[in-house]
Design a protein around this ligand. Structure first.
Ligand code: NAP
Length: 267
């Protein structure tokens, strides 16, 4: 899909990956509606995009609030434009042993990472159908390889991947396409504190948000259905699908290395 003059609703625009994607989409001529909870950050990003010759509007929202997704789409309708694309990039993460994960954190992650994208797509589909639209769901490598100490986060990204696959099949022939985009570890605020210390100590592969934003834009332009970032991560995704017991063994060792960092998360 070419991006010139495409109207795009982007959630998570205040985040590391969302912001990088916004700047690159705008530079290619797309018209953006930027969403996130922090309105001042959104306004600053929209101002930067306009200074650089792009087009961007701000639609702040807490997507976990009841009716937020429907309300967001209703506000977008007020602009009387054709909606070409929804990019579900907003996300939340929790690191630590599942046993000690607060129930509120489980609920918040499921609301942010699964329910909000599903509700947003449902509300936006009538608009997307008008012009052969695209749904982009930002998942994770953890949505294909479930990691110890990331049980809640992994489970939400598995759900998002399943939703993306079912929706792609359901919408086949309708003109609306679905892209599932799965980054690996990226240097953003999502991974602060114990997680970023652990990633450095375990020498995990790390991407910069700008590189992930570029890969997202490229996946859209190339009409990809799925895109997994990183080598050897994409190989492990296949191995995990075919030989999960092999991956159990590899992750048992990594789980032990993660232990000191997970213990730091205990209340
Ligand atoms: N960083 C990684 O290592 C990594 C790896 C794989 C996949 N991902 C996925 O990539 C996406 C972007 O992550 P990131 O690394 O850019 O994270 P980030 O920098 O922490 O940004 C998260 C974004 O989500 C928004 N958000 C969170 N809760 C929200 C809520 N209740 N309502 C509305 N917006 C909300 C935040 O906006 P406000 O704070 O303004 O509300 C922010 O824009 C996420 O889906 C994440 O799971 C990240």
């Amino acid at each position: 899909m070419h991006l010139q003059d495409r109207c795009i609703l982007l959630t998570g625009a205040t985040g590391g990956i969302g912001r990088a994607a916004a700047l690159q989409l705008a530079a290619r001529g797309a018209r953006l509606w930027l969403s996130g909870r922090r309105e001042e950050e959104l306004l600053a990003l929209a101002a930067q995009i306009r200074r650089e010759g792009g087009r961007a509007e701000v639609l702040a929202a807490d997507l976990t609030a009841p009716g937020a997704a429907r309300d967001l789409v209703a506000r977008l309708r007020g602009f009387e434009v054709r909606l070409d694309m929804v990019i579900n990039c907003a996300g939340a993460m929790h690191f630590g042993y599942f046993e000690s994960t607060p129930p509120e954190a489980i609920e918040q992650l499921w609301r942010t990472n699964v329910l909000a994208p599903m509700q947003l797509v449902q509300a936006a589909l009538p608009m997307l159908r008008q012009g052969g639209g695209l749904v982009v769901n930002v998942g994770s490598i953890f949505g294909s390889i479930a990691f110890p100490c990331f049980a809640t986060y992994s489970s939400t990204k598995f759900a998002l991947r399943g939703f993306s696959e079912a929706l792609r099949r359901e919408l086949s022939g309708s003109g609306v396409e679905v892209l599932y985009f799965a980054p690996r570890y990226t240097r953003t605020a999502l991974n602060s504190g114990a997680v970023s210390d652990m990633a450095s100590a375990l020498a995990m592969n790390q991407d910069e948000p700008e590189a992930v934003g570029s890969a997202l834009v490229e996946a859209i332009e190339r009409n990809r259905k799925e895109r997994y970032l990183g080598w050897p991560e994409k190989l492990f995704v296949r191995i995990n699908a075919w030989f999960p017991r092999l991956v159990d063994a590899a992750l048992r060792k990594q789980g032990q290395q993660m232990r000191p960092y997970a213990l730091r998360q205990l209340p």
